[in-house]
Design a protein around this ligand. Structure first.
Ligand SMILES: *[C@@H]1O[C@H](CO)[C@@H](O)[C@H](O)[C@H]1NC(C)=O
Ligand SMILES: *[C@@H]1O[C@H](CO)[C@@H](O)[C@H](O)[C@H]1NC(C)=O
Length: 338
């Protein structure tokens, strides 16, 4: 054979070996791939990861490199046991010049996890405000967006610190008195009845439980291969003690209905976005918000469960931007559903 043919075969073989290597490591440590992918996404979207401090407490966040110009900054608060990276799919659909900040919530991601911290909604609100001050977001009103636990925090933040906000968007927020029990709440009530705290549906310890959690969080099944599920689960397990501590605090009577109890104090223009097929927090939560705040704008999304920023990122991004610019066009009450 000619040397060039041999070289070709060798390099082709090399590529096959490389592909097999990539595939096997993907199956064995999907979390590493996810981290690499998220790093790449942040880079592509012009986001940089930074740290800020309030006293000795450390916050981790990412932010657009270019500062806010025409529109208020967006501050994004993620849900229980997630990290700021959950917003990347949504940020992809925001205008390039929209200034955005996503923080890791207390104890989550790169934000400090201290032994004596309190994860009640009130204490998280205080932490978020410390964060806001630590990066100078308090200089002009910003648009606060929170989902699930982060939605509970965002709503209570709006009640406590109205002068700092231009608008607030709650995506499937926790902390309400839902007229209808979701599948998750039904499971939770059964657990509470049996005093069993070892199998909380959002704190999986086995692949089976992890699959169940995914099923609760998404409308459409993701059908991930088992080795991938195992890898993603193994990333969560070291945090399970912490997750449990936070979870118990969130369902404690102090925090369980924090948003509900503070709705009447919200004066900031409010937008509520909800997946119609949410199995974690029932979409009927919108009605109790509307009962207290009839002027809030409610947007219900078809074919969408709890993970709005992953299942309908484009739509959610558009709704948020539209809400931000409503007053600039006219002051008419706009359509209530999408
Ligand atoms: C956390 O703070 C709340 C008040 O916001 C309090 O009721 C609760 O007992 C505290 N939890 C712990 C573990 O200290
Ligand atoms: C959201 O805030 C912006 C900026 O302050 C304002 O122009 C707009 O009218 C607000 N949206 C709504 C629906 O009030």
């Amino acid at each position: 054979m000619e040397p060039s043919v041999i070289a070709l075969l060798v390099s082709a073989g090399g590529i096959v070996v490389l592909l097999i290597f990539v595939y096997v490591t993907f199956l064995l440590c999907p979390a590493a791939y996810l981290r690499a992918y998220n790093w790449y996404q942040r880079r592509k979207l012009g986001l940089v990861t930074r740290f800020s401090h309030s006293g000795s407490y450390r916050f981790c966040y990412f932010t657009s490199v270019t500062p806010a110009v025409n529109t208020p900054s967006l501050l994004l608060l993620h849900g229980f046991s997630a990290t700021k990276d959950m917003w990347l799919p949504l940020i992809k659909y925001l205008p390039k010049n929209q200034h955005v900040v996503a923080m890791d919530m207390p104890g989550h991601g790169g934000t400090a996890r201290t032994v004596d911290d309190n994860y009640s909604i009130e204490c998280q609100v205080t932490r978020v405000h410390q964060f806001v001050q630590s990066i100078g977001l308090d200089k002009s009103p910003f648009h606060l967006v929170g989902t699930s636990m982060g939605g509970n925090v965002a709503g209570v933040y709006a009640a406590r610190y109205p002068t700092y906000l231009s608008n607030v968007t709650l995506i499937c927020p926790a902390g309400l008195v839902y007229p209808k029990d979701s599948e998750f709440v039904t499971l939770l009530k059964e657990l509470e009845g049996s005093q069993n705290t070892d199998s909380i549906p959002l704190i999986p310890t086995t692949v089976q439980e992890y699959e169940n959690m995914m099923r609760l969080c998404f409308h459409k099944s993701l059908n991930l291969p088992r080795p991938v599920l195992r890898g993603l689960l193994s990333e969560r397990i070291p945090n399970n003690g912490f997750y449990k501590e936070v979870f118990m605090e969130l369902i404690h009577e102090e925090s369980r209905h924090s948003l509900q109890e503070n709705l009447n104090l919200i004066t900031t223009p409010l937008q509520v976005i909800w997946g119609k097929e949410d199995k974690l927090l029932d979409v009927s939560g919108t009605t109790v918000v509307q009962a207290v705040l009839p002027n809030c704008r409610v947007e219900l999304l078809d074919n969408c469960g709890h993970s709005v920023s992953m299942e309908r990122p484009r739509k959610a991004a558009k709704l948020i931007m539209d809400f931000m610019s409503v007053g600039e066009v006219n002051n008419l009450d706009v359509k209530k559903h999408s």
